[in-house]
Ligand binder design. Structure first.
Ligand code: ATP
Ligand code: MG
Length: 425
């Protein structure tokens, strides 16, 4: 017997029974983004490997060990996108979306990272990404945070997520900090784990992002970036905090917050929950003023975030329980040759008259009894019944599947009005 085919480890199917909450969350997100005048952009799932190396940074978890990279048939090195920012910026540069323009962009889709699969961490996962371009001030950073805060509010998740903020300053101020940090870790070299030893020379700030609990004490004692910010960085951060205070947003300044990618400057933020175990960051972002230039475009300030949709789904489930899909309104039962001939065309006419009607037409024949069973299982509110008698009299039977009410027989012409009235369309 041949071996059963399975999905790739860490890559999930979303089954019809699970899809309702995804569609709900996605549509809520799209409504929200529309209301803030953000525009969707779509770009490929595969990009040249170089793009990610140059943007995310050679000495990051993603580029060092998480990317799905392969040579295509031409021998070009390609990578399944591990995140969206780099590709979004690449597209914006390539299509001239940047010069003298401000952009507010979003995208939604799968990302790929070869991580150890566990709850909230997968090898294919979905992100909503938002990138704004051409706005240098803290106002747009604040707008991004307000937009996400509004989203949590809409979903009834506000009390389950905490906002953490930090500033990484400018590359110049970071250089000063970097020296202080290296001096500190060098003085404590014996306590560094293997990863951190390696990072000490290549990318010492990444040590702060270590997930190793044994490193925690050492990291807590390390010098704080916020003490090394230059005047302009401090001002940017203070103004951001003032904007958030004014809007009534509660936050925690976390001086250890660094992001797993190299391109961030100034503001970084995360929305964190304590309800998903170790994978508690649902949404993360910040400013990346240097990235456009780094990728060959004209220097353009930028700020954005990415939200992990699986973690959002998990949190929503945790807080609100299973999300109920809207059930169908009616299930059309057709018994006998005449009814089966009439049924599909009849349903089409009904759909013409009531576009918002969710109607399932029985296909595949069978007895009254078996069709009834299917109608009941479909969760439909009504069964519409067509048999030889109904066809002969141009009538239809209406059976109430969810309430104790006698079956009715209606003339065909009377059905649309009955449905409109019954369902308050
Ligand atoms: P983490 O610290 O959890 O590894 P990250 O810093 O690598 O996250 P980002 O690259 O900033 O994450 O991605 C933004 C968001 O995408 C994360 O906050 C998270 O919600 C989600 N995310 C990242 N990696 C995964 C993954 N492997 N599986 C599921 N969701 C993920
Ligand atoms: Mg990660």
């Amino acid at each position: 017997m041949s071996q059963k085919l399975q999905a790739v480890r860490g890559m999930n199917d979303v089954l019809p029974s699970q899809i309702a909450v995804w569609q709900y969350l996605e549509s809520q997100l799209i409504n929200l983004l529309n209301s803030y005048a953000y525009q969707e952009i779509r770009f490929p799932i595969v990009e040249s490997t170089q793009l990610f190396k140059r943007s995310i940074g050679e000495v990051t978890d993603i580029v060092e060990k998480e990317m799905y990279t392969f040579d295509d048939r031409n021998g070009d090195s390609l990578t399944l996108r591990p995140e969206g920012t780099a590709a979004c910026i690449r597209a914006a540069i390539q299509h001239g979306l940047l010069p003298n323009l401000q952009q507010r962009l979003w995208y939604m889709g799968p990302m790929f990272r070869h991580e150890r699969p566990q709850k909230g961490r997968y090898r294919q996962f979905y992100q909503l990404g938002v990138e704004t371009l051409g706005m240098p001030g803290p106002d747009i950073d604040a707008e991004l945070i307000l937009l996400t805060a509004r989203f949590w509010h809409t979903l009834g998740l506000s009390t389950h997520l905490e906002l953490q903020l930090n500033s990484l300053g400018t590359p110049a101020s970071r250089e000063v900090y970097r020296k202080a940090l290296v001096a500190y870790f060098e003085a404590n070299q014996a306590d560094l784990d293997e990863d951190s030893q390696r990072r000490l020379s290549s990318n010492p700030m990444r040590i702060l992002d270590s997930k190793n609990p044994d490193m925690k004490a050492l990291i807590t004692q390390a010098p704080s970036l916020i003490d090394y910010l230059d005047e302009s960085s401090k001002q940017h951060f203070d103004q951001l905090l003032a904007l958030l205070d004014k809007a009534g947003i509660v936050y925690t300044v976390n001086p250890r917050l660094v992001r797993g990618l190299d391109y961030y400057t100034h503001t970084v933020f995360e929305w964190v929950t304590s309800e998903l175990g170790a994978q508690g960051t649902v949404c993360a972002g910040g400013r990346f003023d240097g990235l456009v230039e780094q990728l060959g475009g004209r220097a353009t300030p930028a700020s954005g975030f990415a939200m992990g949709l699986e973690r959002l789904v998990l949190l929503h489930q945790q807080v609100h329980g299973d999300y109920q899909a809207e059930s169908i309104h009616a299930y059309l039962i057709t018994v006998g040759d005449a009814a089966q001939l009439e049924g599909l065309a009849f349903a089409e006419k009904l759909r013409n008259e009531i576009p918002s009607l969710r109607l399932q037409t029985h296909c595949g024949g069978g007895s009254f009894k078996s069709q009834f069973k299917k109608a009941d299982k479909s969760q439909a509110t009504l069964a519409l019944i067509m048999g030889d008698d109904e066809i002969a009299n141009h009538q239809i039977g209406v059976k109430f599947l969810r309430e104790d009410k006698a079956q009715q027989t209606l003339a065909w012409q009377a059905l649309p009005e009955f449905l409109q009235h019954y369902f308050r369309f």
